[in-house]
Design a protein around this ligand. Structure first.
Ligand code: UN1
Length: 488
């Protein structure tokens, strides 16, 4: 796999051409094998950005005027291309990002499903009709695209998250200038290639692989009408402030510190399976990952015994190898930051290390960006309870009763997702009523999102309209209310 044939030259999609960038060199490496280069090329610079935005502005009127069904047909063709290439591109995803091969292939397929969903959007009702209080009048509400949308995406779902922003943007008639995370340029290129091959006209989509400075220039560019972002809360908040100054609509999907609460009557086998998956799949690098666990005191010893045994036995290794449950985190700096937070934590009173916690000594694992799946039990509040680490680290607290358990779920500045494991109707009702999260799972893990339903968080986890399904329309279109007389 280290042969030079496997190294892809990076290109940007600017004004319909695959162009070399004018910026610094980017070397994209495999986080499991840092010496292995996956892709290489020059970053896009400010001049590339200006050309991409100018081409987007030129393309916008024609694309907005294209029948919705014709726009959708291109998305459906792109979905077919993704499905056809899921095996090969899933493997590339795994090499570039570090999630397991099964998750990589699954993610490419998932991106295909999202493109299919928005490919069929023209077949669903759009707009509303209201009665008028006046004779001879009807009131229609129609939806219009918002224009040139800047799309800024993270490393952790390198094709699914871009698909769930770009597909609705294009379906509703907007044009897109996209900046993916620099850690995953290859998968970004695959999605852009699929859309171009599917027939997207010149300028309707630009792909700029570039760093934060040009990314900032994109968000504030005078030719951009709206911004959609997924990433950390600090970066999201900064972009919200920049867009606020400009009066520019922005949608941000940000951090999480998602809790699973296992109540006294829960099916413990099911709960352990789903907590392990939620906490450690993708090495905990999902904004929906389970990073807090609350256990009812009555079942805590049993549940934690099972959880610790399972965690210690999880196969960690090359994500392309069969049977591996978790691969590396995205980079050595990410690994070191997570490890440092754990090291500081276990030295504090009230923090009890139950599983993992130590850096790897094995030569392969120590060279790669691997972090051991880690479980810590906390006696009370602690930075490990509050701060998002974006790694395979689970912080546990015990609760005396159901009420206290649900209160602990809400004990976070974040509000993305939560899971409650119980068969009690009263507890489920209380959870549905009181938990301040955008996504609530009863008896399933905190991660996961279907393409046809709203996705997004409350509190510090999200800002602006939710994503996916019909909810995406709230952000990617604007309404026009039409008072129509002479309409009978
Ligand atoms: C999932 O749980 O499958 O950045 C998707 C993230 C989220 C997506 C989670 N926006 O991890």
């Amino acid at each position: 796999m280290t042969t030079s044939e496997a190294v892809r030259p990076l290109r940007h999609l600017v004004a319909g051409d695959w162009a070399e960038g004018g910026g610094d060199e980017l070397v994209d490496t495999n986080p499991a094998r840092p010496a292995e280069v996956v892709a290489r090329g020059a970053l896009a610079d400010r001049a590339d950005l200006d050309r991409a935005v100018a081409a987007a502005r030129r393309a916008y009127p024609g694309w907005a005027a294209t029948p919705h069904a014709a726009r959708g047909a291109i998305l459906t063709r792109a979905a077919e291309i993704l499905e056809r290439n899921a095996g090969a591109w899933g493997q590339e995803l795994s090499r570039e990002e570090g999630k397991t091969l099964g998750e990589g292939v699954g993610e490419v397929r998932r991106a295909g499903e999202i493109l299919r969903y928005y490919g069929a959007e023209a077949q669903r009702p759009q707009g509303e009709v209201f009665a008028s209080p006046r004779v001879g009048e009807r009131i229609h509400v129609v939806r219009r695209p918002i224009g040139v949308v800047a799309v800024v995406t993270p490393f952790n779902f390198p094709i699914a998250i871009p698909a769930w922003k770009i597909a609705p943007a294009l379906s509703y008639g907007n044009v897109v200038v996209w900046k993916p995370a620099t850690a995953v340029p290859l998968l970004a290129s695959r999605l852009a290639e699929a859309l171009v091959e599917a027939g997207l006209p010149e300028g309707v989509l630009a792909l700029l692989i570039t760093g934060g400075a040009v990314g900032n220039d994109l968000v504030t560019h005078e030719g951009v009408d709206a911004v959609t972002f997924t990433g950390s809360t600090p970066v999201g908040r900064r972009l919200i402030a920049l867009c606020g100054e400009l009066g520019r609509p922005i949608q941000t999907e940000m951090g999480g510190k998602n809790a699973a609460a296992v109540l006294a009557d829960a099916d413990l086998e099911l709960a352990v399976d789903d907590v392990v998956a939620g906490a450690f799949r993708s090495s905990g690098q999902k904004c929906t990952a389970t990073s807090r666990l609350i256990v009812a005191e009555q079942v805590a010893d049993d549940l934690l015994g099972m959880l610790v045994e399972r965690t210690r036995a999880l196969p960690v290794g090359d994500p392309l190898a069969e049977g591996v449950f978790l691969g590396p985190v995205i980079s050595a700096p990410a690994r070191d930051g997570i490890q440092a937070a754990v090291d500081r934590g276990v030295r504090r009173p009230g923090v009890d290390l139950l599983a993992g916690g130590d850096p790897y000594r094995d030569a392969f694992l120590a060279r790669g960006a691997f972090v051991a799946p880690t479980v810590v039990e906390l006696a009370g509040d602690d930075p490990l309870w509050r701060d998002e680490l974006f790694g395979p680290v689970l912080a546990v607290r015990r609760a005396p009763d159901d009420r206290a358990a649900l209160d602990l779920v809400n004990d976070s500045v974040y509000g993305l997702s939560a899971a409650v494991f119980t068969d009690s109707l009263a507890a489920v009702s209380a959870a549905m009523e009181t938990l301040d999260v955008g996504v609530l799972h009863i008896n399933s893990e905190t991660a996961g999102a279907d393409p046809h339903v709203p996705f997004g968080g409350n509190k510090a986890s999200g800002f602006g309209p939710k994503e996916q399904g019909g909810a995406a329309r709230e952000f990617f279109t604007t309404t026009k209310t039409i008072y129509l007389r002479g309409a009978g």
